[in-house]
Ligand binder design. Structure first.
Ligand SMILES: Cc1cc2nc3c(=O)[nH]c(=O)nc-3n(C[C@H](O)[C@H](O)[C@H](O)COP(=O)(O)OP(=O)(O)OC[C@H]3O[C@@H](n4cnc5c(N)ncnc54)[C@H](O)[C@@H]3O)c2cc1C
Length: 406
């Protein structure tokens, strides 16, 4: 049997594409390598699925910003939200514009997409790993490792990136597209924890602190974020730190020197504050002196980083020692040696080069009738709903163009 469209990958973009085409009456087969569709979706937004962001703009994206801009123009966040409303998922936004399903459950987003597929007759085949995608006669053939090949007039590849292999990420899609003439840009983790020398963060595992964090490349600030910083035995994470990973990786890959500067008293002159504190608490030893401004263990690490003896009472601090302590409170600086790898990353930077696609339709310029969408392509967004926004919008652009060809 020949389908109108075959979709490789039943993740966010593949499911959305299958729904959109099937709702237009198209005969669709959705091929998913894992034993169920949408596994990664269930883990998004800490199980709440931050499905888009009302403030999304091209500046929230990296790789091909042009493609991100085109997708946002065709399918802006409000239009995506309306579509989810039609699928049974009313949404609401938080103060930062991050949009979640009203249920606050990622599972309901997956259910809505899955049910829409079922209700509109999508032939969903799980445990179907597409090993080869071939152009044949009037269409495409998706060949599994073993079993029967599937044919369709048009093909859409939505196999995602390399981030979070435990949730099914693999590199298959790059190979499939390469086989059809596409170039793949180098890939590296984005939205991932930063690694620092372990001795610098020893003892801080699990410690959280609010603050500002800046990434410096060769001494120049390239990006600043604020929010909760979470320390581990290998470095620092938390959304603010993870947002810096893409640029850190880019710089490190280019052989540049990277550091992070953390400010635990943002907007406050730590020197004056510490001086007043030392006057109030002259007997307080350095091991406890910063406790209350930051968690105790972090306070001890900062005091050590400032070169202070843990037994020294605050009343005996010399002006230069107060300066040193203020410097680490307002700007503790650590080298960034790497980021965590794809195992722990949320998104893939790099991927199938957009030069090979018409970004108005997501159709291949190398192989007519072939389309691609989602994280597989060389577009990645910051944390905050931007990556799913790209997955939905690129898939929806593709399906509109596919529908027009059918
Ligand atoms: C822990 C975590 C939390 C996240 N939270 C958010 C969030 O809240 N908001 C946000 O915007 N983004 C978030 N992201 C990123 C977002 O989930 C992804 O960018 C998005 O899922 C990409 O969609 P996709 O359809 O391109 O790929 P995926 O959703 O990864 O789907 C690809 C599918 O293709 C299948 N596949 C691969 N190869 C083959 C093959 N050969 N044959 C058949 N099937 C194949 C895979 O099994 C998979 O099911 C998060 C990511 C992670 C890891």
């Amino acid at each position: 049997m020949q389908y109108d469209a075959l979709i490789v990958g039943g993740g966010a973009s593949g499911l959305m594409a299958a729904c959109a085409l099937a709702r237009r009456g198209r005969h669709v087969v959705l091929l998913e390598r894992q034993n169920r569709v949408g596994r990664k979706l269930l883990s998004t937004g800490n199980g709440r699925c931050n499905l888009t962001n009302l403030n999304a703009s091209a500046g929230d994206y990296h790789g091909s910003r042009q493609a991100a801009r085109a997708a946002l123009k065709a399918w802006p966040p409000n239009r995506v939200m309306d579509l989810f409303g039609e699928l049974g998922i009313p949404c609401r936004a938080d103060e930062a514009g991050r949009v979640y399903p009203m249920s606050n459950h990622a599972a309901s987003v997956l259910d809505a997409l899955r049910l829409c597929c079922d209700e509109h007759g999508v032939d969903t085949r799980t445990d179907f790993a597409v090993a080869a995608l071939k152009k044949v006669g009037g269409g495409f053939e998706a060949v599994p490792a073993d079993g029967q090949a599937v044919r369709a007039r048009l093909a859409l590849v939505c196999t995602g990136g390399l981030a979070a292999p435990k949730l099914g990420a693999c590199g298959d899609g790059y190979r499939l597209l390469e086989g059809l003439g596409h170039a793949i840009s180098p890939r590296f983790p984005a939205i991932a924890a930063l690694k620092t020398p372990p001795e610098a963060v020893r003892g801080l595992k699990g410690i959280r602190a609010e603050g500002g964090i800046a990434l410096l490349v060769n001494g120049e600030i390239v990006r600043e974020e604020a929010g909760e910083l979470l320390f581990s035995e290998t470095g620092v994470s938390g959304i603010a730190a993870m947002q810096l990973a893409r640029q850190a990786n880019e710089a490190l890959r280019a052989g540049k020197h990277c550091t992070v500067r953390m400010d635990f008293m943002p907007g406050i002159d730590a020197r004056a504050a510490l001086k007043a504190r030392a006057d109030k608490l002259p007997l307080r030893r350095m091991e406890d002196f910063l406790s209350g401004i930051v968690p105790k263990r972090l306070g001890q690490t900062l005091a050590k980083a400032a070169g202070l003896d843990m037994a020294l009472p605050a009343g005996e601090l010399k002006p230069a020692q107060i300066d040193a302590l203020a410097a680490v409170l307002n700007g503790w600086t650590l080298p960034v040696t790497a980021t965590l790898g794809f195992d722990q990353a949320q998104v893939t930077a790099g991927g199938a080069a957009l030069q090979g696609f018409d970004i108005r339709t997501m159709q291949s310029l190398r192989c007519p009738g072939l389309f691609a969408a989602g994280e597989l392509l060389d577009v990645d967004g910051d944390c905050g709903g931007f990556n799913l926004q790209w997955a939905w919008s690129s898939a929806l652009i593709a399906t509109e163009a596919m529908d027009a060809l059918l």
